[in-house]
Design a protein around this ligand. Sequence first.
Ligand code: DI6
Ligand code: FE
Length: 398
Amino acid sequence: MNAYVITADTIATMADPHGYGLIEAGAIAVENGRIAWVGPLADLRAPFTALPRRDYGARTVTPALIDCHTHIVHGGNRAREFEMRLNGASYQDIARAGGGIISTVTATREASEADLLAAALPRLDALIAQGVAVVEVKSGYGLDLETELKMLRVARALGVARPVRVITTFLGAHAVPKGMDADSYIDTICIPALHAAHAEGLVDAVDGFCEGIAFTPTQIARVFDAACALDLPMKLHAEQLSASGGTALAAHYRALSADHVEYASDADAAALASAGTVAVLLPGAFYAIRETQIPPLAAFRAHGAAMAVATDWNPGSSPLGSILLAMNMACTLFRLTPTEALAGTTRHAARALGLTDCGEIRAGMRADLAIWDVRSPVELSYGIAINPLYARIFGGVL
Ligand code: DI6
Ligand code: FE
């Protein structure tokens, strides 16, 4: 069907900056993959009244979800480190001892492109099964030119193999490879790899890990300068484990997002708000490494910084394969409201990826919709490990 109307008891358009933008007994007209009209069914007018209809009855329609921060392309797993942490080692102890990100680098270098794709597809499918239509995928487990490009090619292949949009992020500045110092890694490997990946059309955004165990703001700034020269948007892992200056740096560069931000300050929150940089909250990593510092939500709200929520699905700090559980954790662990959590995986997640055509149900947007077996959108955050997805429409395809 090229054009049709769907109806349902509840539509959460997410087009209201302060709430769900609820429409009761609503209708959505879809034409050529886009939303042509949305409103109460009683207000539906010609030509849309002539279109075929599908009624979803007592269910709830939301924008399809967006997972704006993942590392789903990677080799191996880190179950052994999970045991080590249970025996008292910290995430940082393991990283300093040469485990952590570096152990996934070894496994990812050893894997072929076909191996990586085969391992990533079930992860992507798990997200799709929860109504996710847009997934961001980072590199960063290669730390050499060949493997960073291999990861990004696999990320692009994911978007061909499945009917979702994949946004690729170059994360060369993720960790310092064994036997190198951070400065020479940035200058002789990371930045040249960024140029090569960009030349192959593999890069939608550029990210880094600004942290005591990774890179300083000065080192990240060199990567961001290279990104600016290529006209690529930026994102940053900032203030995850300590206050390291990453959030201020991200705001200074008007990055799309600063991610984690547990240790961000009130001044950081103000800087994010005035730069229009989204704070991406990643409660799966907070939970898995048993972090206790909660991101400064009151400051984000007071300054008007947008908050997104994502899985950070990765083999080390966040082996979390559920965007709905990320929403529940954001509410239970960080005290987001369910409205903020849903805005965080729709409208604000789109912004965190620089996308302006999804994340809300309104005329002109892509018809990326999720239909849930729930009566109220609050239930999406309330349930724990419950998946009430009934149907999905990606790009207008029923
Ligand atoms: N912060 C994270 O949460 C992921 N990367 C990062 O910079 C963790 C990556 C890993 O532990 O493998
Ligand atoms: Fe991450």
